[in-house]
Design a protein around this ligand. Structure first.
Ligand SMILES: N[C@@H](CCC(=O)N[C@@H](CS)C(=O)NCC(=O)O)C(=O)O
Length: 210
């Protein structure tokens, strides 16, 4: 197990990426020193090192690793600091379940389909396409309700403590909370709003979102 002082790791990827933010949050929570190499997808080291040009990429000496879930596991197994994956097999399984929900269902909906409609609008005159957005709203509302219900139990997604599942979800919700359709959904989700307030106050979040 390596201490933070021995870390020479690099996180390749630009600051605004949700997956880069999740990995940086993991480093901050565990006290792992790292250098951010702010490449955009398909540019610079990301283009050279990631087979599909995506971010984040981790570089640790000669070792290069892609995929945020794999990177989080490597950080967990290689460094000390507070665990982000529970030892308990049930809670660990629950953590994995929520990482997967976010990566395969929630991020694709809230970021890739909804948020991207504001960044790269497909409506006539380059405005967000309201028809597309209206089709997404029921599913987005359902996702927010599921997250809210899950957080009611302990305040975290997977058991009594913060895990990588929470760090993986939070950056997605930061964008959605600021959006015209997302903001009102938070008002009817008290456990989620409480989660966001507690996350907003963490030192890791203040550093990564500075
Ligand atoms: N499954 C990947 C997803 C990474 C990902 O999609 N990153 C985005 C930026 S947030 C990206 O590189 N997009 C460019 C592309 O998909 O070509 C992971 O977990 O690391």
């Amino acid at each position: 197990m390596r201490g933070w002082a021995l870390s020479g790791i690099e996180i390749i990827g630009f600051e605004l990426s949700v997956y880069v933010r999740a990995i940086r949050l993991a480093c901050e929570e565990k006290g792992i020193a790292y250098r951010l190499v702010p490449d955009r997808p398909h540019e610079g080291a990301a283009a050279r090192l990631h087979p599909f040009g995506k971010i984040p990429v981790l570089r640790d000496g000669d070792f290069v690793l892609c995929e945020s879930r794999a990177i989080a596991g490597y950080l967990e197994d290689s460094f000390g600091g507070p665990p982000l994956f529970p030892r308990d097999r049930i809670l660990k399984a629950r953590t994995e379940e929520w990482i997967s929900f976010v990566n395969t269902t929630i991020d694709p909906m809230l970021i890739r389909r909804y948020f991207v409609e504001f960044v790269l609008p497909t409506g006539q005159g380059a405005v967000p396409n309201r028809e597309v957005i209206d089709m997404l709203v029921p599913a987005m509302r359902q996702q927010i309700a599921v997250i809210d219900r899950t957080l009611e139990a302990t305040g975290w997604l997977a058991g009594p403590d913060l895990t990588f599942a929470d760090l993986n979800l939070y950056p997605v919700l930061v964008y959605f909370r600021e959006s015209p359709d997302g903001a009102p959904m938070f008002e009817t989700a008290p456990a989620l709003s409480d989660f966001m307030a507690r996350m907003d106050a963490r030192a890791s979040v203040k550093t990564v979102f500075a």
